[in-house]
Every structure is written in C-alpha cells, then in structure tokens.
Design a binder for this molecule. Structure first.
Ligand code: 5CA
Ligand code: ZN
Length: 425
C-alpha cells in the first residue's frame, strides 16, 4: 500500500545514550539494542473513521522511537498495517449505504494526510490486510496442517488456534486467566462460543457469512482472516521474528499483541516474536477513553481544517508522557501554541544560548523511556535564556564566551527540535 512522504531529517552532531523503553512483557524499562537496522512493527488503523488525537498520540510515540534510532545512526525498517477488512468497516459502510472498500480507501488517505501534517516518519512497508489475504491464509493453513489449529464442526468454517499447545501464551501481557477472559469478551473475542476447545482460543479464519465479503482461504474454505493473525503474518513477511519493538496503544496489550505473538511463535517454532512490547497510554476526552465507538472524538483533520498549526497539535500531544493516560483539553493546545511561538521567536534570533546542553538533554530525556515533558523543558530553558537579553534589551551575558553564546546555536536548536521531536519551527 502507498505510504506517505517523508519529512527531511537533519543530522545532528555526536550521539546520545542507548534507547530504553518500558517493555510490557518484562514489566520494566529495558535497554533496546537493535542491530544496524532496527526493526519495528506498529499496529495501524482500522480505517472506518478519521484519525483522532488518541491514534495520533500513539503514532507520535513510536515516531520518537524511529527518530531516536535514526539519530543513533541506525537504519530503521518500520512496518505498519491497515486493518482494511473488519467488522467496524462493514458496519459503518452498511449504516451509511457506502461501499466498504471506498470507505477504507478514503479514511486511509485522510490518515496519510494527517500523518504527513504531523511530520510522522512513514513506514517502509505500509501493508493492508486485504492485499495480504493470500499469505495470511497460507499461514493459517500451516497452523492447521501442523495440528495447532482446528475448525469448528458447526458448518461455519471458522478456524481457531489451539492455545493449549502454545507454551508462550500469556507471557506478553502477564495477565491471569480471569483477566484474559474478561478482556477477550470486551475486545472482540468470543470466550463463550460453543465448540471451542478452550474459551481463550482465538479466531484465525472466519468462514464466509451471508452479506460479508470473502476470499479463498485455508484448505479452500472461503472467508476472511482473524485480526491477530493479520498482524502476525504481515510482521513475519516483512521484518521476520525477533524484531526490536512491537508497538500500539495499551488497549492492544491483550488480546491483540498476546495472540499475534503466539501465532507467529507457533508458525515459526521460534521465539520471541518481538524483543520488546511497547504500549502508549490512552488519550481521553471528558473522562473517557477517546474511541470511535463512544463518539467522543477530536479529529486531527478537523483541527487542521479549522486552521490549527499541526505542529501545535504535535507539541500538545508530546507535552504528556506516552505511558500516562491523559485527557485532551483545549488548554493543552493553547499552551502548546504559546510554547511553539516562544521556540520560534528564540530560534529566529541571530544569537542564542549554548546549543550543546540542550542537544544533550533532549537526547538524554528521550532515550530514558521517551520522557517528552523533560525534553520539552530542556528546550524551554534554552528558549527563555535566549530570549531573556532580547526582552530586557541587554547584550548576551558578559560571562558567555563567543563559542558558547553564538550565532550557530539557534540553527542547531532548530535542527534538534526538528530531528528528535519532529517539530518544524
Ligand atoms: N487496526 C487495529 C490494530 S491492528 C486497531 O487497533 N486500529 S484502531 O484504529 O482502533 O487503533 C489504531 C491505533 O491507535 C492502535 O495502536 C490503538 O491502540 C491506538 N488507539 C486507539 N484509541 C486510542 C486512544 N484513545 N488513545 C491512544 N491510542 C489509541
Ligand atoms: Zn495489529
């Protein structure tokens, strides 16, 4: 599938510490040690509605991972999927009397525009579910042929993964069985379905139903893929096993990332699927998780349409830590636009406070589990030091040497903010 255009990425002098991120599976902040090419898979959108600020916040968190790696000299093989054939799409398209393919294409196009406006680095592989169906079906067939999957004998053609044969099951989320059963019921699973060997067995292939689109499937059974095997399969076919970061929002910890990992580990008889599972917290509005089904959404495209500077939106979302559930408020945007203005005024001055410390601090804060509030505070400190003499009409502090307080510094800081935070000043 078509990705979106890449913004230019300035190169910065020197290097920062190694990246550390919170890994859900290990329950702690761990050092991420990629090979020369770092590999990351981030779960993409289900394109039945426009991108809201919750989605944007999640993609921004992983954009920082991408930027930190590139700053450290890594090539990055970044993969993202598009769940362009799933129930929410069919339901919305039916409701609106629209073709589900047209709906998916339109919302995916809007997502690309939103990501471009927010200056998110594009994935190298942007892969749709529909275009992947033959390969997903082959993966399901392989599990079935290995007797790791079974079909229900109720005539539906539905195929399930036999989780009792998956020794790694439960290690990504670390949840107990009761929690898994509850979350499975809440998030699209079917623990109460009759005929399954285990209530927690996940759907691999859904046999064709009246009125639903279908494709040729495993052992010739027409239908469509389950959700988790979609991501397992796309990741396997692009970056393979043992990649560095599997990313998404915290609502994907279970069941989605647990099952994607278990499917891929069963398919390859190797471990791990990902070396770290990293989750961004939820953005809410008025005390509730922002979600399409609740309808409490603020869309990136709506803000853009209202003339809001996308860099203000980016800065507002980065002003909170990615692992803290937080609310979107109009005040957050107002504060971000004021901050953006301050940074712009400071970087437009002919002379600035030393840039070295701000570069070191931004690198240090971001590599420490993406501490964006800390990184932003470092730029704030530089901006106020730089603006202070201008405000008071004084020359730069007499003690500062020419090397320290110089004409390169505003340009360097602009590059730091651009390369590491993705903010164009
Ligand atoms: N297509 C699947 C992933 S394979 C999916 O979850 N799509 S989605 O459109 O519902 O969500 C896209 C991404 O945004 C996911 O990573 C999801 O975890 C994240 N997300 C959804 N709602 C929020 C929210 N309120 N705050 C932060 N992230 C969110
Ligand atoms: Zn996914």
């Amino acid at each position: 599938m078509l990705s979106w255009p890449a913004p230019l990425l300035p190169t910065l002098p020197g290097a920062g510490p190694a990246l550390r991120l919170f890994d859900t599976a290990r329950g702690e902040v761990v050092e991420i040690s990629p090979d020369r090419t770092a590999r990351m898979y981030v779960c993409g959108i289900t394109p039945y509605d426009a991108t809201h600020l919750g989605h944007a916040a999640t993609y921004l968190a992983f954009d920082l991972v991408n930027r930190v790696w590139r700053d450290a000299g890594h090539a990055v093989h970044y993969v993202q999927n598009v769940t362009d054939a799933d129930d929410p799409l069919f339901e919305r398209a039916n409701r609106d009397g629209e073709d589900w393919i047209v709906l998916g294409m339109r919302e995916t196009a809007l997502f690309r525009e939103d990501m471009t406006a927010l200056r998110v680095l594009p994935p190298e592989d942007y892969v749709g579910a529909v275009e992947s169906i033959p390969r997903i079906a082959a993966h399901v067939e392989a599990l079935w042929d290995a007797n790791l999957a079974y079909s229900l004998d109720d005539g539906t053609g539905d195929v399930y993964h036999d989780i009792a044969q998956a020794p790694g099951f439960g290690t990504e989320s670390g949840y107990d069985e009761a929690t898994m059963l509850r979350l499975s019921a809440e998030r699209g699973g079917d623990p109460d379905r009759a005929g399954k060997r285990n209530a927690l067995d996940p759907l691999l292939w859904r046999g064709v139903r009246e009125g639903e689109p279908s494709w040729p499937g495993p052992r010739g059974v027409p239908g469509r893929p389950g959700w988790h095997v979609e991501c397992a399969s796309i990741a396997l076919d692009t970056i393979g096993m043992g990649f560095d970061v599997q990313g998404g929002g915290s609502d994907l910890v279970f069941p989605h990332h647990e099952y994607s990992a278990v499917h891929a580990e069963a398919l390859t008889a190797t471990k791990p699927f990902a070396r770290a599972y990293v989750h961004a917290a939820m953005i809410g509005l008025d005390g509730k998780k922002m979600s399409k089904s609740r309808g409490n959404l603020v869309f990136v495209s709506r803000l853009r349409g209202d003339g809001v500077d996308p860099m203000g939106v980016r800065l507002a979302l980065l002003s909170g830590h990615y692992r803290t559930d937080r609310a979107w408020t109009p005040d957050l945007l107002t504060a971000a636009l004021a901050r953006l203005d301050t940074w712009r005024r400071a970087t437009e001055l002919p002379l600035g406070a030393p840039a070295g410390p701000v570069l070191a601090a931004v690198r240090e804060r971001l590599t420490d589990d993406l501490d964006t509030p800390g990184a932003l505070a470092a730029v704030d400190a530089w901006a106020s030091a730089t603006l202070a003499p201008a405000a008071s009409g004084d020359a730069p502090p007499a003690a500062a040497s020419l090397d320290d307080w110089d004409e390169q510094s505003p340009t360097v800081v602009r590059d730091v903010v651009d390369a590491l935070l993705g903010i164009a000043l």
